[in-house]
Ligand binder design. Structure first.
Ligand code: KIV
Length: 258
């Protein structure tokens, strides 16, 4: 098992795991100083491309962004999302997983689903591809409005089973998205691999957010997001200043000339 994966596993019950998403080198370079895991999420569908669903993301898009992010990472564990319809069976999953690993030099891949994808995850792990699971709200399979999971008894039972099944398949961590607190707590206490929450309470072993949500680049982020910065205000001020300088012939100055 590679060192960076072991490092994440060792954090369980010791220290919280800090994770964020990145879609480009410049952001990854900043995050790398502070994060244990950097994820190229297929959330780039809506966040960057204005797509309606993560189902519209291709393998090529993920590879292109991951290649950029790779250049910004030196210490964090680097994870890339496998997009929709890229892991429907063992053969397809292994072929595409190998391609992503080889072309992006990432440390691990993330797949959405639990019991249903058990054989696929197990197969990839057996082929030495480190896998991060993702349970609870699954944007690749969701139809209609997103809502939190774990309301009904049957839903809770199935999400719990998903977690157990992924642990059995050999994942090194599991993202739990939009899940009711007591269920996230139960899962985190019941499995040996770290859980990474997004809208799943402080009971998880780590937290992940979409960086663009946290810095205020997106509009109307979900309730579970804490907006740490309104970067749009800063950008607006800066661009307005640039505009004034150009109009008033204050830019470029002698310093900027050849
Ligand atoms: O696509 C994504 O960015 C994700 C995380 C937010 C967990 O899956």
């Amino acid at each position: 098992m590679i060192k960076k994966i072991k490092k994440i596993l060792k954090k369980k019950n010791k220290s919280k795991i800090v994770c964020l998403t990145a879609y480009s080198k410049n952001i990854a370079e900043i995050l790398d100083r502070y994060c244990d895991i950097i994820l190229v999420g297929d959330s780039l569908s809506s966040v960057l491309y204005g797509m309606k669903s993560t189902r519209e993301v291709s393998l090529e898009m993920m590879i292109l962004h991951a290649k950029s992010v790779r250049q910004g990472i030196s210490k964090s564990t680097f994870v890339v999302d496998m997009p929709y319809k890229s892991y429907r069976n063992k053969i397809e999953a292994y072929k595409n997983a190998k391609k992503v690993m080889k072309e992006t030099k990432c440390d691990a891949l993330k797949l959405e689903g639990g019991m249903k994808i058990f054989p696929i995850v197990k197969h990839l792990v057996e082929k030495n591809i480190p896998i991060m699971g993702h349970i609870g709200l699954l944007p690749q399979s969701e139809r209609g409005k997103f809502r939190y999971k774990g309301k009904s008894k049957i839903e809770r039972k199935n999400i719990f089973k998903d977690a157990i099944s992924l642990e059995k398949a050999g994942v090194f961590s599991i993202v739990i998205e939009c899940v009711e607190t007591s269920l996230a707590k139960l899962i985190s206490k019941s499995i040996k691999v770290p859980t990474i929450g997004i809208g799943a309470s402080e009971e998880c072993d780590g937290q992940i957010l979409v960086t663009d949500d946290l810095i205020g680049l997106t509009t109307n982020p979900p309730k579970f997001v804490k907006k740490y910065l309104n970067i749009k205000v800063l950008i607006n001020k800066t661009i307005s200043k640039y505009r004034q300088d150009v109009i008033n012939r204050k830019f470029p100055t002698k310093k900027n000339l050849y």
